[in-house]
Design a protein around this ligand. Structure first.
Ligand code: ACO
Length: 423
């Protein structure tokens, strides 16, 4: 039995049982309840899993009280300043930053797998013209399992990961081109990951398209900031689906669907819709904040609050700085500049309002990301797709970690049944 300081005792029905305590490398302690039901007949009740550690993970560390986010031990601020998205993708998936030859080979492989099978053109054309790009992407990623049917093994999984990371920008751009009725633009192998994506989104076959390096750089940064965030709703979904040993494409497709919801990745779209609504109505940020506080009104201040961060989301701090740089390029008084002004005003009001202070509600990553996308010309319904593009390496890393976990088990929570008894 574990020594007294490493266990917790609970008494129930006249019986005392000792449950072991486990501790992570950042001194987070947890009660190991794996044998709880067997020993006591009890289960735990934790809606939304706010107190439940579903796995051990060595990928991402968050301290929500202090606003700390690290991938594999590296602070997000350092990675945002010094790395590229593909470096960060390698770091998340392999656990270490890549050497120069590793990065070159990884980038080369990704570059050479960006093309989609030509039959995908028919797949896109079968969908309604006004289809939202998120379910289109989820369906396209699931459909990749039909094009690449080799069984998953250590040898083939590497190629599956490369295909996912390489083809996701092409799928994302095609889902947009389908939506606006323009021809698909093939990827180009001489361009880096983000420049290629920007070109596939905005170029047309009729004229030369010049890629703005600031936009490609900003996009790269946005993808880094979204690359992983430990056991959130979509990542837990990827792990849950993967726990049935469903393949990687199916697991990631379900993660994209989970991310679409407005309380998760869909919040960036909701933030812009909220800012536009305020701009089109009276432009009065105070009045909107009052509605968000009113318990008889379902309005929430979108882009504010977070299940884990109870202080400023570090990603929001970085994005606010970039927002200023990007917004410096758009004319004063333009719609994007107006939205940025409203966002700043909302933030200022909320941060000094007792309602938000008491509940520790601060801007999250989505609060400023939408304003940046908007200024770059990325349409609102593509915002969550951009998030999915960034989250891809995190999902992959978490899925791989879960498969290799010695504690691996199919995910299967229990319930407290409150329905009718036998009748
Ligand atoms: N506006 C107004 N009130 C809020 C907000 C908000 N954005 N967020 C939380 N609250 C209030 C709740 O009404 C609740 O008040 P109460 O204690 O009086 O009942 C209290 O703060 C706690 O809120 P919960 O919903 O219980 O917190 P939870 O951790 O479950 O939810 C969430 C977190 C979903 C992010 C929530 O803050 C929210 O809905 N925010 C707006 C949507 C958003 O921006 N989502 C993006 C999250 S980041 C991401 O997924 C990438």
């Amino acid at each position: 039995m574990a020594p007294a300081q490493n266990r917790i005792e609970i008494s129930y029905n006249g019986k005392t049982v000792a449950l072991p305590l486990i501790e992570g490398t950042e001194a987070e302690a947890a009660i190991d309840i794996r044998n709880l039901r067997q020993q006591t007949g009890l289960i735990t009740f934790d809606p939304g899993y706010a107190n439940t550690g579903a796995c051990k993970s060595a990928i991402t560390f968050i301290d929500g009280e202090q606003g700390i986010l690290r991938y594999r031990g590296y602070p997000i601020e350092d990675l945002a300043e010094k790395s590229t998205f593909l470096e960060v993708a390698w770091l998340l998936i392999h656990g270490e930053l890549p050497s120069r030859p590793e990065l070159e080979s990884f980038s080369g492989e990704i570059t050479r797998h960006t093309l989609l099978h030509e039959n995908f053109a028919r797949f896109f054309s079968a969908l309604p013209k006004d289809a939202h790009p998120m379910p289109v992407c989820a369906a396209a990623v699931a459909a990749m399992a039909t094009f690449y049917q080799e069984p998953e093994s250590d040898d083939t999984i590497h190629k599956t990961v490369i295909r996912l990371l390489a083809k996701m920008p092409t799928i994302a751009a095609y889902s947009y081109k389908h939506y606006i009725g323009q021809p698909f633009i093939y990827p180009r192998n001489d361009l880096d990951y983000c420049s290629n994506f920007v070109r596939m989104m905005f170029a047309t076959p009729c004229e030369e398209y010049e890629i703005d390096p600031l936009y490609a750089k900003t996009l790269d940064l946005l993808l880094i900031l979204h690359a992983d965030h430990e056991q959130n709703c979509s990542t837990s979904t990827v792990r849950m689906v993967g726990s049935s040993q469903a393949n990687l494409f199916a697991s990631i497709s379900s993660g994209i669907s989970a991310l679409w919801g407005p309380l998760h990745g869909g919040a960036n779209q909701k933030v812009i819709e909220m800012l536009e609504w305020i701009a089109q109505n009276d432009g009065n940020a105070d009045r909107f904040v009052a509605r968000a506080k009113d318990k008889n009104d379902t309005t929430r201040l979108m882009g504010f609050g977070h299940r884990v961060y109870k202080s400023y989301d570090p990603r929001a701090t970085i994005l606010k700085k970039y927002c200023e740089q990007i917004l410096a390029k758009v004319p004063a008084g333009s719609p994007s500049a107006k939205l940025f002004d409203i966002a700043r005003k909302l933030e200022e009001i909320a941060l000094s309002d007792e309602y938000f202070v008491k509940r520790k509600l601060y801007p999250n990553v989505d609060f400023y990301s939408g304003v940046i996308y908007k200024a770059m010309g990325i349409p609102t319904n593509m915002f969550t797709v951009m998030f999915a593009l960034g989250r891809m390496p995190g999902w992959v890393a978490q899925w791989l970690e879960s498969r290799r976990d010695p504690d691996f088990k199919i995910g299967r929570p229990r319930q407290i049944y409150v329905g009718a008894t036998k009748r």
